[in-house]
Design a binder for this molecule. Structure first.
Ligand SMILES: Nc1nc2c(c(=O)[nH]1)N[C@H]1C(S)=C(S)[C@@H](COP(=O)(O)OP(=O)(O)OC[C@H]3O[C@@H](n4cnc5c(N)ncnc54)[C@H](O)[C@@H]3O)O[C@H]1N2
Ligand code: MOO
Ligand SMILES: [Mg+2]
Length: 430
């Protein structure tokens, strides 16, 4: 049985969509792929957790000291304005288990992480008290007010309590989650299987790296840009290379992509001039819609389900415009979050800020514009953005210089220098 294409939730035909409508239509259509696998924790960075991790233990397991210093009972704290002398009766290093009682009026030397002896609840850091040797004993003099009752004691289970969820399903595992799971003694995790994305570039003018650059030709940069963007998402990339603008070559490559991958990502050949033979082919292979999105760059874009081999779930096609900047901008605007959604991850939009714009930008309402900018700290300590220069859809250099996209919304008109604008950080701040 062939996976059925139900009624399309998408806007069909040559719809003109806003960026928000396009994003919403994609999110509504996608069905996350299924399949889990168990991996060693040290191989789980960037994977999506399939089942919640429940803490099997208390972390920390025991009350312990947060400081190198002296542990004592808060009932021995000096009165206001006074002092107390406590004799040191034992020394505790991390890893030792105190199996003795500490008499009232005495204290123990304790190191950070060492288990607190029964009955003691407060630790004074060593730099806040005075320790001296008197008649073969160490005596600590503690003044009133340097430490409050209960201070510098870490409680058992304060990080995680036994039986409580530690990391929810759907979480993309980052270094902090790997450490948290390790702190529970858990060495393997069940994660969603990796998405498989087939990627190819289309265009007779494209040449592969290492090939001679024939007259009129250019090197294929999109496949390398998109391989990088995909790799950051932790998906498996099936590189299907360059495909000529030829219906048979395109059909053969698409059929292979559909057979082997969950998602097909292409660039080039979606605008009015090129798309006719592609449309006929895609009408045979699935229900892909060609959109004109009210945005710049990145107006032409195609998206939709493709029929999978017998019994398999649908495949999803994202066909990006060929212009190199348009291709990466549409990846960030439409594909990145869609792939995370297909892979079962929680929503992870690019970090968005509102910052002061140093550059005046001319714009008319009626489309969303993405301009390349550098977000940096201004002299007054606030964050601001300045544009990276020429903004043509083919000028990849200005994308490479940028760390953010200035996103001027559908209804936004021109921006004066000094006004606040929204930015999407796509690469951190350096
Ligand atoms: N009459 C119209 N012409 C165009 C329209 C339109 O609405 N009406 N839209 C323009 C916009 S916006 C874009 S973007 C492009 C999109 O075109 P395609 O997706 O069909 O892409 P191509 O024509 O194949 O290529 C456009 C441009 O990008 C270069 N390119 C393509 N692939 C790569 C690659 N892998 N690496 C580097 N550079 C690539 C290609 O050589 C072209 O210069 O259409 C406009 N035209
Ligand atoms: O997508 Mo096109 O790059 O706006 O020129
Ligand atoms: Mg074209």
């Amino acid at each position: 049985m062939t996976a059925a294409l139900g009624p399309s939730p998408l806007i069909t035909g040559d719809a003109h969509l806003s960026v928000d409508q396009a994003r919403a239509a994609i999110a509504a259509a996608l069905v996350p792929v299924t399949g889990d696998e168990t991996v060693a924790l040290h191989q789980a960075l960037g994977r999506v957790l399939a089942e919640p991790v429940i803490s099997p233990i208390n972390v920390p397991a025991h009350d312990n000291s947060a400081m190198d210093g002296y542990a004592f009972a808060s009932t021995d704290l000096p009165p206001v304005g006074g002092e107390v002398k406590l004799q040191v009766v034992a020394t505790l290093h991390a890893g030792a288990v105190p199996d003795f009682q500490v008499p009232s009026g005495t204290c123990v030397r304790i190191m950070t992480g060492a288990v607190m002896p029964a009955g003691l609840d407060t630790v004074v850091p060593q730099e806040l008290c005075r320790a001296e040797n008197r008649d073969g004993h160490v005596v600590v003099t503690l003044s009133a007010g340097v430490v409050q009752p209960g201070e510098n004691r870490r409680h058992a289970g304060e990080d995680l309590a036994r039986g409580k969820p530690a990391v929810p399903a759907g979480r993309l595992l980052r270094p902090a989650e790997l450490g948290l799971i390790a702190s529970l003694g858990i060495g393997t995790v069940t994660v969603r299987r990796r998405l498989r994305v087939a990627l190819f570039s289309t265009g007779n003018e494209l040449r592969d790296l290492g090939q001679p650059l024939d007259p009129g030709c250019i090197y294929d940069s999109n496949r390398h840009t998109l391989t990088g963007a995909l790799s950051r998402l932790g998906v498996e990339v099936l590189d299907l290379g360059l495909v000529r603008d030829d219906p048979d070559a395109l059909a053969a490559t698409l059929e292979r992509a559909i057979a082997e991958a969950d998602v097909v990502l292409t660039s080039g050949g979606v605008s009015v001039g090129d798309a006719d033979h592609t449309r006929a082919l895609l009408a045979r292979l699935g229900r892909v819609d060609f959109w004109k999105v009210a945005m710049r760059p990145g107006r032409p874009f195609a998206f939709g389900p493709l029929t999978a081999p017998d019994g398999q779930p649908l495949r999803w096609l994202f066909a990006l415009p060929g212009n190199p900047v348009a291709s990466l901008v549409t990846f960030y605007a439409f594909v990145r979050e869609a792939l995370l959604q297909l892979g079962g991850a929680d929503a992870q939009p690019l970090p968005t800020l509102r910052v002061r714009c140093e550059t005046a930008i001319r714009k008319r309402p009626g489309r969303t514009e993405f301009q390349r900018g550098i977000v940096a700290r201004a002299a007054d300590g606030g964050w601001s953005v300045r544009l990276t220069g020429a903004q043509g859809a083919g000028i990849l250099r200005s994308m490479s210089e940028a760390n953010a996209l200035v996103v001027l919304g559908h209804e936004q008109a021109s921006v004066a220098a000094g006004e606040t604008v929204e930015v999407w950080l796509f690469d951190g701040l350096v």
